[in-house]
Design a protein. Structure first.
Length: 708
């Protein structure tokens, strides 16, 4: 039995937006004069034109996401090459974000993320809450490749920078949005800006309610599963008492009671070995795809074919999440310099209950209550000299704490009809961790001539982690008794320096070429998922060396953009989570530094204005990922093997998208009709390349009508 999460492959969404002051004026102007709107980015911590930045970055405006009816960051996969975002079913608002084959190894908060997600400059350190909802975004920038020289938090895969709109305007203004769809989907959004003191003080209030949309059916629990029940609100104060000083303070509150999508049992003819050890060996299900072992065929559970939107889970998944957050962004402009402080605090509690077996029987379920908090501070100095030299430098501090209790139950009573075990295995652990990260970063640009510019930078990081774990396992029947593991404690620290060097050359107006060498770093750590004390760790940091060359072009009087990047990345001490069969604790997850990995790739992006309101956007990503060294035992107690022939996880060879849209002014807004095609090649989700972990190639077709 393979558990897979099925996503809808097509949708028709109607987005209705009403604006007090009129939305998307820039887009309307674009339709009239037929030029691609100039986009400003802050990927290098200063405002620059997108096409002048020697970085592989894709920018999606918030207004564009609204026109497409985008609910959250997952919709970015429609336009960004070599980006895949999947929902993390066991973490509220959780995301598995993969850029260039680098993906989060596990859901636990003890692990660092290879792709950094930043909201208003604040690093979101866990997968929970990373699937940011869209509505009040000013822009979302996706940076591909290692990031460090301009960020206090170093990353190996890339970074996603989400920036919300600032309160502004001379009169009360805002926008509302309503989305209605099939399966009871109904979303409501509102943003209101209020000027309190003209040109000096503003407040902004935003609210977001997301409801329904669950399309999974469950004959055992007769209702649709996957319904959203998400509420969020924010309150922002912006003050500019002088031309030099600006302060923006935001409070956020989120309450999420969504019903996560259930998994679907994907039956195969391959005998299934359950990842549970007994004194006589692992449990194997054989025969008619393992179904006879359960003593009954169940209501469609063992049918030769199954609908991809039907689950037979006897337990409804539960997802409760509450977050409070505070962000303070202060800046002061000196002559030719800007000093900025970004302070963040986030505190959350969550509780999830998840049925992993997707059968009418109680076989495998887990409950995970936990608490999390983080505090961060970044101080940055940016120059704006008129000469050839400029720089960005800063210091950052980050602290987070989490505590979690995880209870997993393996109930084998349903196997009695075939004479199997009549036992219950209960695994649990309590873990908590404190982590501190200190960093200094600097990037300097020197304009050698009108055509050449040299960029040199680096990031020095020092990470400290203290971890505690208490395991317990209660069993009966054939397993015989209870096992309480000892309290395991660990303390470790790591240092790293990641450099960056870029040489860029302007061939002509609108044509830029560049070459970059950069390093990235993912801290070592401890295994928050360990059920066996021997697998706690620590494991070593993961490091990457990245070589890339790119070309950026803007041609035909700003009617055509074509960007291309080729890259080679080499990873040392690649971190990988592997699930083992364990004779004492049933199952155990270990984090291994499995060796080296080489990734070669290509990224293409284009935008073309075709005239009369027509526009084409396309992207293509290619990855060739191979292990350069992988000498590990894949099963506990087995000898070390050479595994270089295995395929790295979640590294599809190709991703591609094509979107054709037509925009016409209607009344006080713009009506946009668009069609989108997205392709993702097949890939494996299992580090041992078990065929049941193979995810088939998929295509998505999206038709959208938007008015804003």
């Amino acid at each position: 039995m393979q558990n897979i999460k099925i996503a809808k492959v097509s949708r028709l969404t109607l987005l209705v937006g009403v604006s007090v002051v009129g939305l998307l004026g820039a887009h309307r102007a674009q339709a009239e004069d037929q030029k691609i709107e100039e986009i400003t980015v802050t990927a290098q911590k200063r405002e620059e034109k997108l096409q002048d930045v020697a970085v592989p970055v894709t920018v999606v405006r918030g207004a564009e996401m609204e026109r497409r009816g985008a609910r959250d960051l997952q919709d970015l996969i429609s336009v960004v090459p070599n980006l895949n975002i999947a929902t993390n079913a066991t973490g509220p608002g959780g995301a598995n974000i993969e850029i260039r084959g680098m993906v989060q190894k596990d859901i636990e908060k003890s692990f660092d993320t290879p792709v950094g997600v930043f909201l208003d400059g604040i690093y979101l350190a866990t997968t929970t809450g990373q699937l940011l909802r869209n509505f009040d975004f000013d822009s979302v920038q996706v940076l591909r490749g290692p990031q460090g020289s301009l960020f206090g938090r170093n990353t190996t895969g890339g970074a996603i920078l989400a920036q919300r709109s600032l309160p502004s305007g001379d009169a009360i203004n805002g926008k509302i949005g309503i989305t209605a769809g099939s399966f009871g989907r109904n979303d409501y959004r509102a943003v209101v800006n209020v000027p309190v003191v003209r040109d000096k003080l503003w407040v902004k209030v935003a609210g977001f309610s997301e409801n329904g949309g669950g399309y999974m059916k469950d004959p055992v629990n007769p209702k649709n599963n996957g319904d959203r029940d998400y509420k969020s609100g924010s309150f922002t104060v912006r003050a500019t008492p002088s031309d030099a000083f600006e302060a923006v303070v935001t409070y956020d509150r989120i309450s999420d009671r969504s019903n996560p999508d259930p998994v679907v049992s994907y039956q195969t003819s391959t005998p299934l070995v359950l990842p549970i050890s007994t004194p006589t060996g692992p449990i194997t299900l054989i025969g008619d795809r393992g179904c006879a072992k359960f003593g009954a065929t169940g209501p469609g559970f063992c049918a030769p074919t199954k609908d991809a939107d039907v689950s037979y889970a006897n337990t409804t998944n539960v997802e409760n999440y509450d977050l409070n957050a505070l962000t303070a962004n202060l800046s002061y402009k000196f002559p030719d310099l800007e000093l900025r402080s970004i302070t963040g605090w986030r505190s959350s509690s969550e509780s999830t209950i998840f049925d992993f077996d997707s059968t009418p029987y109680t076989l495998f379920s887990a409950e995970r209550p936990q608490h999390y908090s983080q505090v961060s501070e970044e101080v940055r100095l940016t120059s704006n000299f008129s000469g050839p030299f400029n720089f960005v430098g800063g210091l950052s501090y980050f602290h987070n704490h989490y505590d979690q209790q995880q209870d997993s139950t393996f109930s084998l009573a349903a196997l009695t009809a075939a004479g199997a075990l009549t036992s219950l295995v209960y695994n649990g652990n309590t873990s908590f961790q404190d982590a501190d990260s200190y960093a200094a970063f600097l990037q300097a640009d020197y304009k050698i001539s009108d055509a050449f510019k040299l960029t040199v930078g680096g990031n020095y990081s020092h990470d400290v982690k203290t971890f505690n774990l208490h395991t317990r396992s209660y069993t009966d029947g054939n397993f015989g008794g209870a096992v309480n593991g000892p309290l395991v404690s660990g303390h470790a620290s790591w240092n790293n320096f990641s450099p960056k060097v870029t040489l860029q050359y302007t061939l002509s107006e609108g044509v830029l070429a560049y070459a970059t060498y950069s390093g990235g770093y993912l801290s070592g750590g401890f295994n928050g998922r360990a059920t066996n004390p021997s697998n706690v760790g620590p494991y070593k940091p993961e490091k990457v060396k990245n070589y890339e060359a790119g070309l950026k072009t803007e041609l035909l009087d700003h009617k055509l953009i074509f960007n291309a990047t080729i890259f080679h990345m080499f990873y040392e001490d690649r971190q990988q989570a592997v699930v083992f069969s364990d004779p004492t604790f049933g199952t155990s997850t270990a984090i291994q530094n499995i060796g080296g990995e080489n990734i070669n790739g290509l990224e293409l992006e284009t935008t073309a204005l075709l005239g009369s309101g027509w526009r084409f956007d396309g992207s293509l990503g290619y990855l060739d990922a191979k292990y350069s060294s992988f000498f590990k035992a894949l099963v506990v107690g087995f000898p070390v093997t050479d595994n270089r022939n295995l395929t790295p996880i979640r590294s599809p060879k190709a991703t591609a998208s094509a979107q054709l849209s037509y925009t016409v002014p209607v009344a006080t807004g713009d009506l946009t009709l668009s069609s989108l095609y997205r392709f993702t090649d097949s890939y494996t989700a299992d580090p041992t390349n078990d065929p049941r972990g193979r995810i088939a190639a998929s295509s998505m077709v999206d038709f959208n009508i938007g008015y804003a």
